[in-house]
Design a protein around this ligand. Structure first.
Ligand SMILES: [Zn+2]
Length: 236
């Protein structure tokens, strides 16, 4: 997505949010979501690509042009999964209208369409975003996670070599980013606490001490909000 396209998507998302939610802080909410998910997509892609090559010695079989295309497809899948999990969590916690506390995708679908229009570039995904999102809808969290791992590995086969804990940490990272965007630091911390159960070594970083990072920021020491290979594989 080009810079001007991204700016236009942000403008549209802000206007839709303020109108639908009858709020005036769409610019801040959309900015935090967009920044956080852009960083998360970059970090996860590094974990499934560069880190795997560096630590396992997998030779990339892509030429530069196909490598660029493979990265775009992987990020298309990541953004579709972000949109799904972000919308479900925002509805579950009633950050947006039409949500409910059942944890099921029984909202009116507005939030999912809104966030997908912001994040997902269908040219990267290679399929309509609505189609991919429909594939996740109505599934349990475990089935969504498994479904995501399959489409990601199809888009980017190197992902099969990445530490499996990635797939357990990622839905929590998406919820954490969503909570921060809607200024619920307490909900964000609760997601971090769940990540700590999966990966206690998160706390070992002396730079951030495992604290929740502000939206769109990354710890130079450990990679928080999506950790470097050495931490992901500690104890596994
Ligand atoms: Zn850190």
């Amino acid at each position: 997505m080009t810079g001007p396209e991204r700016a236009e998507r942000r403008r549209a998302a802000i206007a839709q949010f303020n109108a639908h939610e009858d709020r005036r802080d769409g610019e801040a909410v959309v900015g935090r979501l967009d920044d956080a998910f852009a960083v998360l997509a970059d970090l996860v892609f590094t974990r499934i690509h560069g880190d795997v090559e560096k630590h396992i010695g997998v030779d990339s079989f892509y030429n530069p042009a196909s490598a660029t295309k493979a990265e775009a497809r992987a990020k298309g899948e990541l953004n579709a999964f972000f949109a799904c999990e972000c919308a479900l969590f925002a509805e579950e916690r009633a950050y947006v209208r039409g949500g409910n506390a059942s944890g099921e995708a029984s909202g009116d679908g507005w939030c999912e369409s809104w966030i997908a229009a912001l994040l997902v570039d269908e040219r990267d995904l290679g399929t309509p975003a609505a189609q991919r999102l429909a594939g996740y809808r109505g599934k349990s969290p475990d089935d969504r996670r498994r479904g995501f791992s399959l489409v990601l590995e199809r888009a980017f086969p190197e992902a099969t070599r990445a530490p499996l804990v990635i797939y357990r940490l990622l839905p929590l990272a998406i919820r954490l980013a969503t909570a921060l965007a809607f200024e619920r630091a307490d909900h964000a911390q609760a997601q971090r606490d769940r990540q700590l159960v999966l990966l206690p070594s998160i706390l070992d970083c002396t730079t951030c001490n495992g604290a929740v990072m502000p939206s769109g920021e990354t710890c130079a020491g450990c990679g928080n909000p999506f950790w470097k290979y050495e931490l992901l594989t500690a104890g596994w």
